[in-house]
Design a protein around this ligand. Structure first.
Ligand code: ADP
Ligand code: MG
Length: 455
């Protein structure tokens, strides 16, 4: 299998892990294998014919997502079973990787994967006092990219619709002009891609620059996470300038106003203010009700008016939490076979939600060891052992570091969980990684990746 195929499959598994329960994942997903990708068709081997239905119903959207993310194209799944393998005819056709190589040689600008989430549009973005300006600015930019407000800077707290709006602009521009080169990217992915390209050498770096400098619309999410590292900031600065000078639209989102981005250099922050800066504030009661009324229609339940209002009163932080509460309610309603959602159902869902939130914050050390082991390709047993080859030592120290940072356990207890090491060893490992992170961007990203898996 080509590297791309491997990456594609890893992404499918990762998405499935998120979308399915652990039991379903273990039974239906873990036993599946990707055989090949040819002509935009992924041939997937399933041990039993009865598993096919489950894949068709539950996993094809993950396959689509992974296809667009990794291979830039629509991938369809074909399922085969052990008995089919012997007479598999498709094996003689060129694989996806070969086709792709041919393509990139002939096209000057290879098509890009815009990364847009098509679920986010202006129609399903409910307007309220808190987001009126942001929405209006986004509509204006979507209608005439690169002319009015450039850059457009949108800021506000979590769950208030920044990512939604960013994608809505991208989707609208794409709808109006299919040839427009649009890219949605979180700054974290930008940094990751930059660091990876820099490590892979000049060709990859050129490719990276070509991709970003030839965009018509650049949508950057969560700019506050742009790192301190000078080379990364310079790269971003140059891309920004190139696009800006060509009147290409740039939109940025952030959790705070430009002037409060303390870690970013002045020259960047000033540029963020060249266009228009708008903020989003939390939705007021009326807007929360309107949002809930809209979103509740996607569920097969009849929400009573007072239940919606009760929920809007109870959850007043942000829209993401409102959505989470609706999901919980629908889960309870379907478990209890309810058709009508009353205030009692809502109250019950809110109670169970806060109980499970409290439970979830406890991360067992064992889990940290597992994730770190998976990431570095070593076993938990090896992590706990006294063996000391370099890759193992790093994995062990990272696991110790995260155990100290993410749990309430004492250093003595952590030491015990790592094969009976004493507390000074734990402290030493912790400090060592802490110092390394401050200097090594790559390691920092690695550790953040693992952290996100644990949350
Ligand atoms: P942010 O990027 O600001 O943290 P998101 O854009 O991810 O927030 O929004 C969180 C969730 O809330 C998304 O599912 C989004 O669709 C939804 N959402 C936020 N604001 C609105 C709104 N005004 N109308 C409808 N849905 C919204
Ligand atoms: Mg966001």
């Amino acid at each position: 299998m080509s590297n791309l195929e491997v990456t594609f499959w890893q992404r499918v598994l990762e998405l499935a892990q998120q979308s399915q329960t652990q039991n379903s994942y273990d039974y239906f997903v873990a036993s599946a294998r990707l055989i090949s990708i040819k002509n935009n068709q992924a041939t997937i081997l399933l041990p039993y014919e009865i598993q096919k239905k489950f894949w068709e119903t539950n996993l094809e959207s993950d396959i689509l997502t992974a296809g667009f993310e990794i291979l830039d194209t629509e991938i369809k799944a074909v399922y085969v079973f052990p008995e089919d393998l012997e007479d598999d005819l498709s094996l003689s056709e060129p694989s996806y990787a070969e086709l792709e190589d041919n393509q990139s040689q002939t096209n000057y600008l290879p098509p890009i994967n815009s990364n847009l989430n098509t679920a986010y549009n202006f129609d399903n973005f409910i307007q309220g006092e808190g987001n009126r300006f942001a929405k209006a600015a986004c509509l204006a930019v979507a209608a005439k990219p690169g002319t009015n407000y450039n850059p457009l800077f949108i800021w506000g707290g979590p769950g208030l619709g920044k990512t939604h709006l960013l994608n809505a602009v991208g989707n609208t521009i794409h709808h109006d002009n299919q040839n427009s080169r649009i890219l949605y990217v979180t700054i974290e992915n930008f940094v990751n891609e930059y660091v990876a390209s820099a490590q892979l050498g000049k060709d990859k770096m050129d490719e990276f620059r070509q991709k970003f400098r030839n965009l018509d619309v650049l949508l950057i999410d969560d700019i506050q996470f742009l790192t301190n590292k000078q080379s990364t900031q310079d790269e971003f600065f140059n891309i920004f300038n190139t696009l800006y000078d060509q009147k290409k639209q740039i939109i940025l989102t952030s959790d705070r106003a430009p002037k409060s981005l303390e870690n970013l250099p002045e020259r960047l922050v000033t540029r963020f203010d060249w266009g228009l800066s708008v903020d989003i504030t939390p939705p007021d009661f009326e807007t929360r009700v309107a949002i809930l009324e809209d979103k509740s229609q996607h569920y097969d339940f009849n929400f009573q008016k007072d239940a919606i209002e009760y929920l809007a009163n109870q959850v007043d932080s942000n829209v993401r939490d409102l959505e989470g509460a609706l999901k919980n309610i629908s889960l309870i309603a379907s478990l209890e076979n309810l058709d009508i959602i009353s205030v009692e159902t809502v109250a019950k869902a809110i109670r169970s939600r806060s109980a499970s939130a409290a439970k979830m914050t406890v991360i067992p050390i064992e889990k940290i060891q597992e994730e770190v082991g998976k990431f570095y390709g070593v076993t938990v047993k090896e992590i706990k052992s006294t063996k000391r080859p370099q890759n193992l030592a790093t994995a062990r120290q990272v696991a110790i570091y995260l155990s100290r940072e993410m749990t309430d356990n004492s250093t003595t207890k952590i030491g015990r969980a790592f094969g009976g090491r004493d507390h000074s060893t734990v402290l030493h490992a912790y400090n060592k990684i802490k110092n390394m992170i401050a200097q090594d961007e790559g390691l920092k990203i690695e550790i953040n990746t693992i952290k996100n898996k644990l949350k």
